[in-house]
Structures are given as C-alpha cells and as structure tokens.
Design a protein around this ligand. Sequence first.
Ligand SMILES: Cc1cc2nc3c(=O)[nH]c(=O)nc-3n(C[C@H](O)[C@H](O)[C@H](O)COP(=O)(O)OP(=O)(O)OC[C@H]3O[C@@H](n4cnc5c(N)ncnc54)[C@H](O)[C@@H]3O)c2cc1C
Length: 247
Amino acid sequence: MTSTTHKSSVATSDLEYTVIDNKVDLGSLGYMELMDVMGNDLSIANAARVSYNKSSANFDAEKDRKLIYFLAKHKHWTPFEQNSLKFRVKCPIYIARQWMKHRCWVFNEISARYTVFTNTIYKPDEFRIQDTKNKQASLKAEDLDQETAGQVYDEAARVALEAYNRLIELGVCREQARGVLPVGSHTEFITTVNLRNYMHWYNLRAPHEAQWEIQQFAKASIKMVEQHFPIAIDCFKQLQIEAAANN
Ligand SMILES: Cc1cc2nc3c(=O)[nH]c(=O)nc-3n(C[C@H](O)[C@H](O)[C@H](O)COP(=O)(O)OP(=O)(O)OC[C@H]3O[C@@H](n4cnc5c(N)ncnc54)[C@H](O)[C@@H]3O)c2cc1C
C-alpha cells in the first residue's frame, strides 16, 4: 500500500508541563507522577566525600556545585546512582514498550490477566505524517485530513473495545480477550530508577529523534526531577550544551 505525499518540515509542538502535586497531566496521552525521591544534591556531594571520610551538613552553593559538575564531567557516576526516583505512569502500551527497553529501570505494571481492561485507548490530538528524511521520525502535518484520520482511528478503537467486552461477556478469560486490544491502549506502571540512569533515559528520549509521545514524558519528568536535584540537572544540561558546542 502506498501513502499520499504531504508537505511538512516542522516538528509537532510540545505539550504544557505543569507540575501540580508532583504530577504532570499529559491530557489524552496519560500522566506522570513522581511518587517518591531518595536523595538530593547534597547526597550526591556527600557520596563523593566519603572517599575522604568527610560529610557536609549543608549544601555549599559554590563548592558543591563545582564538585557535582566535576563528577558528571569525569563520569564518576556512582554518587548519582545513590539517588532514586519512583514514578507512576499512564501511557499507551507502545510507549511503555519503548520505556521498558531501558534495563536499569524497575517496573511493575497493571495486569490485563488479573483485571478486566477498563482503561482508555490513546487518541492523538493531532495526527502526524512520516518524515521522509529521518525514516523513523514524524512531522507536523500541514495538509493531512485530520478529520478522516480521526474517524478511521475512532472506528478501529470502537470495534476493538466492543470485541474485547463481548469476549469477556462470553466468558473468555481476560488473558486471551486482551489479544484484540490495540497497542494504543493505555497501561499504567510504577517504575524506579537511579539518577544516573534517569539522565541516560532522558538524554535518549527527550531529543527529537525519539517518538514525540515519549518525548513528552521525558520533558515532563525533568520538570519534577529538577525540583529535587536542581544543581545536578543543571550540571547535566550544562555538559550537554558544552558537548554540542564541541561537536
Ligand atoms: C530513538 C531510538 C530508537 C530506537 N529504536 C529501536 C528499534 O528500532 N528497535 C529496538 O529494538 N530498540 C530500539 N531502541 C532501543 C535501544 O536499542 C535501547 O534498547 C534503549 O534505548 C535502551 O538503551 P540502553 O541499553 O543504553 O539503556 P539501559 O537498558 O537503561 O541501560 C543503561 C546503560 O547500562 C549499560 N547496560 C545495561 N545493560 C547492559 C548489558 N546487558 N550489557 C552491557 N551494558 C549494559 C549500558 O551502558 C547502557 O547504556 C531505540 C531507542 C531510541 C532512543
């Protein structure tokens, strides 16, 4: 099957990331909540200081910032790994699948074997077109028939949900009935990661090469994480800017 050619060269705009009670609501896409945090900027500095059998009670804005920058620049990662973040996420299954490729995160996910699926199916607010230069990416559509695309999508979702509910009514077990649900169905999981691996994930999933939907989770999450680790995140960002300038 061939697809119609469309014009575009622009990326889709990002969502708003407003943090309320450690949670960012991403509308029809889902949400991300920072449930728990272990550590802060001072714990990074103190993890490094134990080498000299030293510890500080208070964060020194100048000295400790320099230390954290030094650690990140020279890839002394373990002081960052002493700090953990726990999130609750609601996202489409295909985004969860990309996320779960990251082996240094720990996941517990809602089970469609143990519970009847009552969640929603993600419907994009805006359909995008395939990027012809970067084959894995997509672009904002200037002339795509959004209305028809929306109708086709809604109809497929409706048929899938109806089939699922009918199979459950017929007495088919949940673990088989779920086979007709699309990969756009929402799932929910709790996940924990240390600060080093969080930044690794952010660096892979926030850039425009990543799928727009997972970019939204990456960019929303850093708004929450930087409230707890403002200096570390600032140092990571500074190093990224320096690396880009040197390339
Ligand atoms: C834009 C993009 C497109 C992608 N496309 C595809 C695709 O088409 N198909 C596909 O299958 N995947 C794809 N991926 C997933 C990608 O291949 C990685 O699986 C994913 O990004 C996780 O990266 P990671 O292994 O560095 O991270 P993590 O698994 O979180 O690991 C973090 C780091 O720990 C170390 N580490 C962890 N486990 C090991 C190990 N067993 N051995 C050695 N070192 C280890 C590595 O240094 C690694 O970088 C894509 C990822 C991105 C960002």
